[in-house]
Ligand binder design. Structure first.
Ligand code: BGC
Length: 316
């Protein structure tokens, strides 16, 4: 049976998804305040989409059932992109499926905007499942966001080898496998694709008791630059987003404690913990045409945390 005649569930029987009728409507509303004489322009965007060229493009976002990945996937959906929402553990399935369902409900009849797809990013065959999901359900692949990651505190002289291996596997090997899958598709099909790797301020800031984590984030930065250089001539762009302290479930315990929160805020020149939307905004810009000349870059979204805040007053 031709692909177009298959029902949604037949198309992706192995994936969790849902399809609904209804018309997607995007509200375009930009308020532009211009002081013509002073040549000062203040542009205030109130709603996405911001980047119309992204509509209909397809993204895979790993670790997208919560935190930064969820925020990025949602933002891409709001931009009119179609998204493979990856999650790993069964605990997160519901979140991923709910996000997909919310956008599928508003999609044109028989069309899908999003699918939730379970995969362990450390496994080659599971990464392949994500690529196939994008191609089989949406017929194209333009963007891959390697977001899945983990962190756990251990004094370095007691860090168990299993914990080290796990951090390397998820944070670094996962980024390699995801990037490789995306690159292979982009090269083979002549796609000017974009990859975003989520590193951290700890790609440059050492982090005692999280030495395995900081090592992977620094590694992600160099891997990103290396492949950015390797594929720039094909128009493929690869960048890092390096978030600082952001309000996400992974940090909830820390930031719910007023003392710990205050200590972190004091390490941020802008003096506030970041929001998921701060990172999602960067993720939208970095795959849009507005950043078309940017590759191999680490975009710090950190309120200045990586600027050696202890030097703020010019001492030293
Ligand atoms: C970590 C956060 C931490 C932040 C600043 C991020 O990479 O995920 O837990 O608060 O770096 O240290």
């Amino acid at each position: 049976m031709p692909y177009a005649e298959l029902t949604a569930s037949q198309r992706i029987s192995s994936l969790a998804c849902s399809s609904h009728t209804g018309r997607e409507r995007f509200g375009w509303r930009f308020e532009i305040h211009a002081t013509m004489l002073g040549a000062q322009y203040k542009t205030k965007s109130k709603e996405v989409p911001m980047y119309p060229e992204l509509q209909g493009q397809v993204a895979v976002v790993t670790g997208a059932a919560s935190g930064l990945g969820y925020g990025i996937a949602k933002r891409y959906l709001d931009e009119g992109m179609n998204v493979v929402i990856n999650y790993h553990s069964d605990k997160r399935r519901e979140h991923a499926e709910e996000l997909a369902a919310r956008y599928n409900e508003k999609a044109d009849a028989g069309k899908l905007r999003a699918v939730a797809a379970q995969a362990d990013v450390t496994q080659e065959d599971e990464i392949d499942k994500l690529r196939h999901a994008a191609l089989e359900v949406f017929g194209r692949l333009d963007v891959w966001v390697n977001n899945a990651g983990l962190e756990a505190r251990h004094p370095s002289h007691k860090l168990p080898k299993e914990a080290w291996d796990k951090t390397i596997a998820v944070n670094l090997t996962g980024v390699f496998l995801g990037s490789r899958a995306a690159l292979a598709h982009f090269v083979e099909h002549d796609v000017r694709g974009r990859i975003i790797n989520l590193s951290s301020v700890h790609e440059v800031i050492p982090w005692p008791t999280f030495s395995d984590y900081a090592t992977t984030k620094s590694g992600i930065m160099m891997y990103t630059k290396s492949i950015a250089l390797e594929y720039a001539r094909l128009g493929i762009r690869v960048n890092c987003i390096a978030p600082g302290a952001i309000e996400t479930p992974i940090n909830a315990e820390k930031f719910d404690d007023p003392e710990l929160r205050g200590r972190t805020e004091n390490m941020i020149p802008m003096h506030r913990i970041g929001k998921v939307t701060d990172v999602a905004n960067a993720a939208a810009w970095l795959v849009s045409g507005q950043s078309r000349y940017v590759t191999g870059h680490s975009l710090f979204v950190d309120g200045g945390m990586s600027l050696y805040p202890s030097f703020e007053r010019g001492d030293g």
